[in-house]
Design a protein around this ligand. Structure first.
Ligand SMILES: Cc1ncc(COP(=O)(O)O)c(C=O)c1O
Length: 390
């Protein structure tokens, strides 16, 4: 079996991640920060170790600026609803995932003005186009770091500088890059970075977080028990407690911490180089197959570890079913929760086939997949896909 769906969720997880979950359930087991007994203290230590590992990975300095959430969607909602108010203006790009677009479209109904800056059909965003979109009442710029459809990397460094110049916070959705591409929030001077734990960070589903730079004034999305300041009925204002109400997903955070430590040991430069080589190998091979259309910049240096394509004469879902059933290759097909990105690429409403690579994929697997695509493209050219499906 070949797993090329790491952009949906990474698989396999390192052995250390599985061990961390098992250790938590078998030994630590308590509720982090809620009691004084040894099992609660052990759980709290797991959470703080994971926070420190993440702060190290993102060069965040103070670990308390890392807030745990259930996933990137939760982190993005926390940032968007915590910063934007009626009468505010927000600038975003046309390749955003629905975890940015849907909250923004809802905020629009509450009186927030939204400008979507168009990207090129390759998913490229010009930072000057964002500059032109900024208005006096712009309160936030939010973009993904990399399109989850085309793979295209957005110019986060230039956008961070632009936002800083205008005194506007910049929120980056690092769902497709955290754990796969080095990110230094200090060097880039990012204000907010939303990440999910279960993709490049190699942790379990139900884990993620938000980095919040000091000085960014966020209103909490939910309020409640934090295990701290319990004599008071008012939500604490210090981080991370201000944004971590309710029992944390300690098991998920245990696995996430182990995933991050695994990556820190390998080094993100090595992860990036590995995925970039797989993308380059795929692009070189697929561009020679008649009937395959590739989307995105077509240059491994300009994209994260994923590729999108279509096969002439077959729908993306037909290709996905054949890849799975006849070749044991797991790919994602369709719209990838990002209809705006597909409108940008010209692939709406049917979408694309997406291969997304991870640390555990190999050049041999890419070769096997290219062979499978050669066969599928040849069948599709003859109009024989439905015969194959039958
Ligand atoms: C660019 C992007 N943003 C946000 C998300 C949402 O991540 P999660 O489902 O973990 O909240 C995804 C997931 O596919 C994504 O690709």
């Amino acid at each position: 079996m070949i797993y090329f769906d790491n952009a949906a969720t990474s698989w396999p997880k390192p052995e250390a991640v599985r061990a961390a979950l098992s250790d938590y359930f078998g030994e630590a087991g308590g509720n982090a920060g809620r009691s004084g007994h040894r099992m609660s203290v052990a759980a709290a230590r797991i959470v703080e170790n994971a926070r420190e590992a993440l702060a190290g990975l993102f060069h965040a300095g103070d670990p308390s600026r890392i807030v745990f959430t259930h996933n990137a969607t939760h982190a993005l909602n926390l940032a968007l609803y915590g910063l934007l108010h009626p009468g505010d203006h927000v600038v975003t790009s046309s390749v955003e995932h629905n975890s940015v677009m849907r909250p923004l479209r809802h905020l629009e109904t509450l009186g927030v003005e939204v400008t979507v800056v168009p990207c090129t059909p390759e998913g490229i965003l010009e930072s000057n186009a964002v500059r032109r979109a900024v208005r006096p009442h712009t309160r936030l710029v939010v973009t993904t770091h990399a399109s989850n459809v085309a793979g295209t990397l957005l110019p986060v460094g230039a956008l961070a500088a632009l936002a800083r110049e205008h005194g506007i916070p910049y929120l980056v959705d690092a769902s497709q890059t955290a754990g796969a591409i080095p990110i230094d929030v200090e060097e880039l001077e990012l204000d907010l970075l939303a990440f999910t734990g279960h993709k490049g960070l190699l942790g379990p589903t139900g884990s993620g977080g938000l980095y919040v730079r000091e000085g960014v004034a966020l209103v909490p999305l939910i309020r409640g028990g934090t295990g701290s300041d319990s004599a008071h009925e008012i939500q604490p204002e210090f981080l991370p407690d201000a944004f971590e109400s309710g029992t944390l997903n300690v098991a998920g955070i245990a696995g996430l911490g182990a995933g991050v430590r695994f990556l820190l040991e390998i080094g993100l430069d090595a992860v990036r180089a590995h995925e970039r080589n797989l993308v380059a190998q795929f692009l070189a091979g697929a561009s020679e197959i008649s009937g395959i259309t590739l989307y995105g910049p077509g240059d491994a240096a300009l994209q994260c570890g994923l590729v999108s394509f279509n096969v002439a004469g077959a729908t993306p879902s037909e290709v996905g079913v054949i890849l799975d059933e006849s070749f044991g290759i797991m790919a994602r097909t369709g719209l990838h929760c990002a209809p705006a990105a597909h409108r940008t690429l010209g692939t709406f409403p049917t979408g694309t086939v997406r291969f997304s690579f991870g640390w555990f994929n190999t050049p041999t697997e890419v070769e096997v997949a290219l062979g499978a695509l050669r066969e599928i493209a040849a069948w599709a050219e003859k109009g024989a896909v439905s015969a194959w499906m039958a």
